[in-house]
Design a protein around this ligand. Structure first.
Ligand code: BT5
Length: 319
């Protein structure tokens, strides 16, 4: 309910809102409203009170917390259960624990800091505090096992659209899981599946987005960037999370209704490598050639010098 109080105050932040009005909208007592306002103040929110008029929120420092995130969730959000950690080893691992405890569809795990953030293939994801969006989405789609990687592409489009809406900066997608701004990595996506022999049980989609970093140190100095570095502005990470989940909720529904065909053109509109010479490092070999784009399943098509078209299911791409 604290999230609802915050949401109402934010929606009316150019005016005062009476305790009575808030209690009517939320459907609780005025005493409950007062208690939540008091708790928000203790957390550092600048909420001014006027005896006849009510309360007004003065926006100050963008914080990350469970009710901040809840206050930005779209009304029709797929994600209604938010689990927030100030610091944790990895939101992927926390999400896995949620799944094994029985929690599946619609759970969002977010952390302000990860001490052991994971990339693909056992790589490390650098996740310092107060700076980024480090979160994992738990979904349970009714799709075939082989289709799960399509969710990486869907997520890449969702994050791209949310960033572009909020910051007006141009984002490109490098297949399969990198988002780039001016050629540097601003976001990485890690999709992990839980399945039994022939059935997909759930999917955990990890999103690591660099937001308010002022700089990076080695080995990321030359390869990583943040929204702050690219635009000179600080962003409210909860608002970004709300924006990403809004886009994701819409695209996910379209995807379940109409399949990957609906996502493909949206993905292609942001693709960084189509028509370019690339090199794909798979687990067993390196293939060089021209990226032709993706097929209807989201698989990368690469034409080598001899004109042979290779289907790439999983690889690291060098442009
Ligand atoms: C990825 O792996 O790009 C997937 C990253 C997913 C991170 C999220 S955060 C929330 C959730 N919880 C987790 O524990 N993980 C997920 P990959 O394609 O393997 O890229 C990893 C490589 O990116 C590293 O080897 C570094 O070179 C580089 N890297 C590490 N941290 C970075 C950062 N903060 N920004 C940009 N590049 C980074």
């Amino acid at each position: 309910m604290k999230g609802q109080v915050l949401k109402l105050l934010r929606e009316h932040n150019t005016t005062f809102l009476s305790g009575e009005k808030m209690s009517q909208v939320i459907g609780c007592s005025r005493t409950a409203i007062w208690k939540h306002i008091d708790a928000l103040r203790k957390e550092g929110y600048d909420i001014v009170a006027s005896q006849n008029k009510g309360y007004q929120l003065r926006e100050t420092y963008p914080m990350l917390s469970e009710h901040e995130i809840l206050s930005y969730l779209p009304n029709d959000s797929l994600f209604t259960n938010v689990i927030f950690y100030r610091s944790i080893n990895s939101t992927q691992m926390a999400a896995q624990k949620q799944v094994s405890d029985g929690m599946t569809h619609g759970t969002l795990v977010v952390a302000d800091e990860q001490t052991n953030g994971k990339g693909r293939l056992g790589r490390t994801w650098h996740s310092e505090k107060d700076s980024g969006v480090w979160m994992s989405l738990i979904v349970k789609p009714d799709i075939a096992f082989e289709q799960a990687p399509q969710l990486t592409l869907l997520t890449a489009v969702s994050v791209t659209r949310a960033i572009e809406k909020l910051s007006k900066v141009n984002v490109t997608i490098k297949w399969p899981n990198d988002l780039l701004i001016n050629g540097k990595k601003v976001c990485g996506i890690l999709t992990e599946m839980q399945a039994d022999t022939d059935r997909l049980l759930s999917v955990i989609i990890g999103i690591g987005l660099n937001v308010n970093h002022k700089q990076f140190s080695d080995p990321l100095t030359d390869i990583a960037t943040s929204l702050f570095i690219e635009t000179g502005k600080t962003y409210d990470r909860s608002q970004l999370i709300g924006g990403i989940l809004d886009e994701f909720t819409k695209l996910y529904q379209l995807y379940l209704d109409d399949g990957f065909a609906i996502i493909k053109p949206l993905w292609e509109a942001h693709a960084s490598s189509t028509g370019k010479k690339i090199s794909a490092r798979t687990a067993t070999t390196v293939i060089e050639g021209i990226a032709l784009g993706i097929d209807n399943e989201g698989v990368l098509l690469l034409e080598d010098e001899a004109g042979k078209v290779h289907k790439i299911y999983s690889a690291d791409i060098d442009l």
